[in-house]
Design a protein around this ligand. Structure first.
Ligand SMILES: Cc1cc2nc3c(=O)[nH]c(=O)nc-3n(C[C@H](O)[C@H](O)[C@H](O)COP(=O)(O)OP(=O)(O)OC[C@H]3O[C@@H](n4cnc5c(N)ncnc54)[C@H](O)[C@@H]3O)c2cc1C
Length: 99
């Protein structure tokens, strides 16, 4: 089983997670400093009071809930230390099941 750690749940991270979602032989861990995905193109509508903030921010956990092999967690990364196997040690500790 391969473990893929996706850092950041913007458009890129979200699409990567969906692409790998429910694929055999892959475990996906998505981490972001926030627990929501922000739809940035509509930020200006929130700034001008055209939309509420909750209308452009959706919980990562619920977006990815349909993918059984995808887990998500909310932490802010400061440093990546591959030689310490940071992802396999700390991510396992912090993450929770998305489904
Ligand atoms: C106001 C506005 C309007 C836009 N309009 C358009 C448009 O009309 N069309 C278009 O194509 N593009 C538009 N863009 C650009 C588009 O939103 C970005 O190109 C796109 O969001 C980039 O996606 P990304 O996944 O690379 O990065 P992001 O969407 O920025 O995602 C990065 C993620 O990483 C997380 N993160 C960052 N640092 C850390 C850390 N240290 N630890 C943990 N998590 C971290 C962040 O919380 C974030 O969720 C717009 C942008 C803005 C701001």
């Amino acid at each position: 089983m391969k473990r893929v750690v996706i850092i950041g749940c913007g458009f890129l991270g979200l699409n990567a997670a969906k692409t790998l979602g429910n694929k055999a032989g892959v475990e996906v861990v998505v981490i972001d400093r926030h627990n929501y995905h922000l739809f940035q193109p509509l930020l200006y509508q929130v700034a001008t009071a055209g939309l509420n903030a909750v209308e452009i921010a959706a919980p990562v956990r619920s977006i990815l809930s349909g993918y059984r092999n995808v887990r998500s967690g909310s932490i802010k990364l400061f440093q990546i230390l591959p030689f310490l196997r940071f992802s396999s040690i700390h991510v396992r500790y912090w993450c929770f099941q998305s489904a």
